[in-house]
Structure formats: structure tokens, C-alpha cells
Write a protein that binds this ligand. Sequence first.
Ligand code: AMP
Length: 427
Amino acid sequence: MKPKRQPSGGAGILILSRICTPPLSRPSRSYLLRFVPSRKSVDFIRPGGSKTATSPLLTSIVAKRVILQKICGEAHFSYPLIIHLYILSMVNFGNASAVAVVPLLLMLCAAQEPGLAISATPAPPFKIATPSPLHHCSGMRTVKSVRAMQHLALGWKLSSVRVGFVPTMGYLHEGHLSLIRQARHLVGSRGKVVVSVYVNPTQFGPKEDLSKYPRDFAQDARYCRKEGVDVVFAPGDEEMYPHDGRGQFSTYVTEEILSRGMEGASRPTHFRGVTTVVAKLFNIVLPDFAVFGAKDYQQAAVVQRMTRDLNFPVRIVLGPTCREPDGLAMSSRNKYLEGKLRSQAVVLWRSIQKARAALRTRSSAISAQRLKADLKSFIERQPSARLDYLEFFDPKTLLPAPKVAPGTQMALAVFIGRTRLIDNARL
Ligand code: AMP
């Protein structure tokens, strides 16, 4: 929508543009923002034309967020977005930063609408006069569309709001929540924490548990709200891989060294799916920090390498593995472990402890081959356990270590019945 001179209502009044409520709150309501250059203030106008408030509304903290959300919910017009951001820059930054932001915005405006002239004098910061009536827009938000998430993230970027991101496949547990807390710690109370909940089909092999993967979005949302998450990004497959059903999704990201062994050898297309979806999520959420769990050590290493190699401006942070009281690493897949399988599953953690104990009793490094053989027979003493792989490796390069010594990383994957579990630790 183009801005236009208001036909009546007084000289010098410019209707900037229409702001719609985001699709997830009240779909059909829309408002007008009216910038009055002579007063250097902004009117907020209800549908039907009645004026709800002047600048004070825009100045409260809640209103700032509401405006931002509205902008991002309606950001498919580039021109109004620029105008909104102009207002936002005044509202959010007051005099000083608006001086820096406004000329840039005006340049962009001029490029799109040569006849338009807006005073480049920034307005003074508005006073807070009345509490905002728009409380329904505050709190955690669930976003399902890529475009809405991207626009929200873009708004944050432009306002220098730091964003911490925790990608998950949902069915959240304490391990995920510990990463969320770390993300909050990294961005502070004024930053934003985004959690994605998406069971990514491209990282599952054809015979794996994609259709059975546990899901409980209502519970995930409750946990996230309790942790003070700002946005849960929960796209569907059609959002993330549009046209895939017709074979028209054809771009993938592959890391070619760290992803070769262990999980990569057992699940040949797994890391291609992980790096592809993480790259997409980084482009959608635009985070400053992304927190991954050490539970998936190789995955974190592969993502870190991809981030470095492809110059994503994201810092990868590793959170420690959270365990059940008996040592079993928390995992959404633990839900599959019924009856005796649950007690057998602790064998992964016990084999790590056994390797540590072996190192303690020896003064020199141990042959990796021999220790692997010992641990394989230890693991497979459990009636439902079958070792998929067990590897000792350098924690930085992930290259296999022929000799095991303190500081070597150990990782293993074990089927307990039909459930495949992984674990790892530094020895
Ligand atoms: P997932 O939902 O299994 O894809 O995991 C999402 C993120 O949570 C990944 O970075 C995992 O490494 C991490 N994660 C999963 N389980 C744990 C755990 N027990 N402790 C810490 N992080 C975990």
C-alpha cells in the first residue's frame, strides 16, 4: 500500500500506512498510523476512523512490541515496512539512533517513491502516559509461517535485539529446557529466545522412525511458555520444504568431512538433512546464538563447521548433556523404552564409565581396538542390546584415535530393542 495525502483532516498530515494485526491474533482488524509532521507525533487510529491514542500509546514497552509484531505480521509490502521502521526507529531509539537510522530509511523511501518528502528531523522520545490496552499481544508467540518468522527476526535485527535460538524436534524434556535457559542467559532479559519445534523429515532414513517420532505440541508450548521463550517456531513440512511432494525441492547443504563417520556412516543421509534444515532455520530465525546439546556431539561439530564454512553470522554454543538420575542421557526417544528395556538402556552410560575406569587403572594409553571389543561384549550382555558403533576419537577433528587416553572422546550408538540410542563423553 502506498502512503497518500489525506484528503481532509488538516494540512501537513500524512497517512503513513495501514498496520494489520498479525494473522495469529485478530485476523481482520487493521489500524492506521498517522504521522503528523507539525506535531512530530503519531496517531493510532482504529478501523472506522476513531482515534484511540496519540504518541503515548506507541511509547510504552508493550506498544513497542505490539508495533513490531504488527509490522512483522504484515511485512509483505516493502514500502510500508520502511515507513513502519521509520516510526519504530523514533519510538525505539529516541533522538540519538533515529538520527542514524532515518537518513537510510529516507534513502530507501526516495528510491521507491521519488516524490515523497518526510522531515529527517527525528521526533523526541514520546512520554509514557497511559498503560497500553494491547496486553493480548504480549507473551509467547507461536509462529508457523516462514515469512512471518523471518519478518519478525528482521525487525529484531534492525532494532539490534539479540536472538538466541534452540532448534529441536519437540517432545521437549529437561535437556532441551537446559539449552533454552542457556539461550536466555546469552541474550539477556531484553533479548529474544526462539525455539523451533520441527520434526525434520530429511534427516530420517527411509526405514527410520519419522512417522512414530513422539510429538506433543501442547506440552512443548507449555514448557516453552514457562521458560519465558518469546517465539516457538513450528512450521509444517509444506512451509519448510514447499513443492517437495512434486520433487521440486532440490537444494541441500552437505558437510563432507566431520559427517563421514559414526552417525554419518550408520545413517548415510542424516547429516545432509541436519545441515540443510539448520541452514534454513538460521536464514529464517537470524539468530546471534544457536545452542546445541553435547548429547549429539557429532551433530554439533558438523553444524559448527557448516556455520564457519558458509559464514553464517551465528555463534554456536554447546550445552552439557542432561541425564536421568541413573545416568541415561535424556532423549525424546526414551519414551519408547518400556518395561525392562528402560533398565537395559543405562548400559550406554555404564560403558562410558567402564572406559573411564579402565583409563584410571592404567598408566599408559589403551588400544582402542581392545577396549572396543571389551565394551561391545559388556553392552551385549544385556538381552535386548545390540551395538551399532562405538568410537574413540579426537574431540576437535573427530578423527578416530587408535590409542585411548584421558581427553579422548567416546561415542556410541546402541539398539535397545528397536530403539536406537546414542551417547558420548570426554574420557
Ligand atoms: P532433538 O529434539 O533431539 O533434535 O534435540 C534438539 C537439541 O537438544 C539438540 O541440540 C540436542 O543435542 C539437544 N539435546 C537432546 N537431548 C539432550 C540432553 N539430554 N541434554 C542436552 N541437550 C540435549
